[in-house]
Ligand binder design. Structure first.
Ligand code: 3PY
Ligand code: MG
Length: 260
């Protein structure tokens, strides 16, 4: 028997819903759960720059699910073996950094999707439980459609190849990394996720996704930026980070304590 309520992210995105994605790097499953319980419908666990290892990742996937949200995982650079593992742990989507070429996109899809789309190896032990599947064959039938592969476009090379990357079967979403884009587009001179060059790239990436019939997502520095991007062709917006929100909350209290 298959109970599709286990998966929610793909279903909601394909129904046209705008999704705001909490973003966690602190390495704490409890913090990730808190982000979900405060209302984010999906929460990302960052293994690229964040402090999660495989143990805390698999714990956080469970605690985000327990709070009724969809877990996603950004994998370390080029580490596509982690893509299959976190899907086995019950992640509903993966984000792969720096997908710069069609070859990168194929390597990513190969780990993320079962045949005939890719070559994901069988073994979704925890996912079967979290997604409420008593029949593994039903999971095999659903998994390719129910898990989202997000390819980060965040280099000049990726921008040059963006139409071809978007066209790769099994890439479900183009996901903008505005900080890296600002660095690459300024040849290392500027870190400014809102620079004019990045703004132009953001529109180019949304157009490429639309042309290929794929979804578009973006990392946003705050909620106001996220809401603005939802009006520019983007459907999944990552909002700030657990570290940013924690430090911002502390700073606000310290300001009062200091009489500021
Ligand atoms: C970037 O802006 O480069 C990112 O990877 C966001 O996390
Ligand atoms: Mg980046």
């Amino acid at each position: 028997m298959s109970a599709t309520f286990g998966f929610s992210l793909a279903r909601r995105l394909r129904a046209g819903e705008t999704i705001y994605l909490g973003w966690c790097g602190l390495g704490s499953p409890v913090v990730a759960e808190a982000v979900a319980r405060e209302g984010f419908p999906a929460v990302n666990i960052d293994q690229q720059h964040g402090m999660f290892d495989m143990t805390t990742t698999q714990q956080a996937i469970g605690s985000i699910r327990a709070a009724g949200a969809a877990p996603t995982v950004r994998v370390p650079l080029g580490d596509f073996a982690v893509v299959s593992r976190v899907l086995d742990f019950g992640a509903e989507g993966t984000i792969a950094p720096m997908i710069n070429t069609v070859e990168d996109a194929h390597a990513y899809v190969s780990a993320a999707k079962f045949p005939p789309v890719g070559e994901r190896s069988w073994g979704p032990l925890r996912a079967l439980m979290l997604d409420n599947y008593s029949d593994p064959k039903a999971y095999l039938k659903d998994a390719n459609n129910q898990t989202i592969t997000m390819a980060m476009i965040e280099t000049r090379k990726a921008l040059d190849n963006v139409d071809a990357i978007a066209a790769v079967p099994g890439i479900d979403m183009l996901f903008v990394g505005p900080s890296d884009l600002s660095i690459t587009l300024s040849k290392g001179a500027v870190l400014d996720p809102h620079s004019a060059d990045v703004e132009a790239a953001i529109d180019k990436i949304a157009a490429a996704a639309k042309k290929a019939g794929k979804l578009a997502g973006i990392f946003c520095m705050d909620a106001a930026r996220a809401v603005a991007c939802s009006k520019r062709g983007y459907q999944l917006m990552a909002v700030m980070s657990d570290m940013g929100m924690l430090r911002g909350g502390i700073a606000a209290q310290m300001k009062i304590i200091k009489g500021g």
